[in-house]
Ligand binder design. Structure first.
Ligand code: CIR
Length: 253
């Protein structure tokens, strides 16, 4: 059974880090309802949901994707690029260990946020961003190259993380909102989407993706190409530079 690691939003979510956006009011109750709806999408599709202990003091803890990345049968535990997020690591790592797979660590001076990691087949695109540094990328390459992964650096300057600007459809097509992408030509197949919040898709299976409800034209274009598109409202997380990918870690069968 596929597993989903999630972390309940902190009541202090509104104090989360902001890099490219202006701070606007965040409704913590609404955020919790949106998170529950998000988790329910996976639960109803048969995913086993595993909650990482919340750690209420971590405003950005809900963005669990930044702490843990799954590569086939190994887990990489990142090292947050933002000081305020380093404390999220301990409980996330314990949950990673509990998965029963080998755990590989990114350690200082290396930093790596999982939001900077996009996997397509055995290729790993890693955002060189304000959160993920060259030492972190080098460590990731050392961990993964012997296991048959090709790790490629991608410059990221216009958004927080690589996956704030691009993600991939089930067939490997990279989709992104072009004004947020430094260099679309670095991807073998790139397609622009018409809405900023349409950049992020979570692949649920070969014909189904999960997206933000705030990108209706993008959703329509994915449906036209034959995909089933499920949408969820993640407005409160988008205000904090989060998106549908960063709210979970998917451990696939
Ligand atoms: C942060 O700045 O770290 C959070 N406010 C947002 C993190 C979003 N994570 C992601 O897209 N993977």
């Amino acid at each position: 059974m596929s597993k989903l690691l999630v972390r309940r939003p902190s009541p202090h979510l509104a104090d989360g880090e902001l890099t490219h956006l202006e701070r606007v009011p965040v409704d913590a109750d609404r955020a919790l309802r949106q998170w529950e709806d998000y988790v329910e999408v996976f639960r109803t599709r048969g995913w086993q949901v595993i909650e990482v202990p919340a750690g209420e003091e971590f405003a950005d803890g809900v963005f669990i994707e930044d702490q843990i990345v799954i590569f086939g049968d190994v887990v990489v535990v990142g090292n947050a690029g933002a000081d305020s997020r380093r404390g999220e690591r301990a409980a996330a790592r314990e949950s990673a260990v509990a998965l029963g797979m080998p755990v590989l660590d990114i350690v200082a001076p290396g930093t790596l946020d999982g939001g900077d990691v996009l996997k397509i087949g055995r290729t790993v695109y890693v955002g060189a961003s304000s959160r993920t540094n060259a030492a972190g990328i080098a460590q990731l390459r050392e961990h993964l190259a012997p296991r048959g992964w090709d790790v490629r650096d991608i410059p990221v300057s216009r958004v927080l993380h690589l996956k704030s600007g691009v993600t991939a459809l089930p067939d490997g097509t990279v989709v992104g909102y072009e004004p947020l992408v430094d260099d679309p030509s670095l991807f073998p197949v790139f397609e622009g989407v018409p809405e900023e919040h349409g950049t992020a898709v979570v692949v649920l299976d070969e014909r189904t993706v999960l997206m933000s409800a705030d990108a209706p034209r993008t959703a329509a274009s994915h449906r036209e190409r034959g995909l089933e598109v499920i949408t969820v409202d993640v407005s409160e997380f988008e205000k904090l530079e989060g998106c549908v990918t960063c709210l979970s870690v998917r451990v696939r069968d």
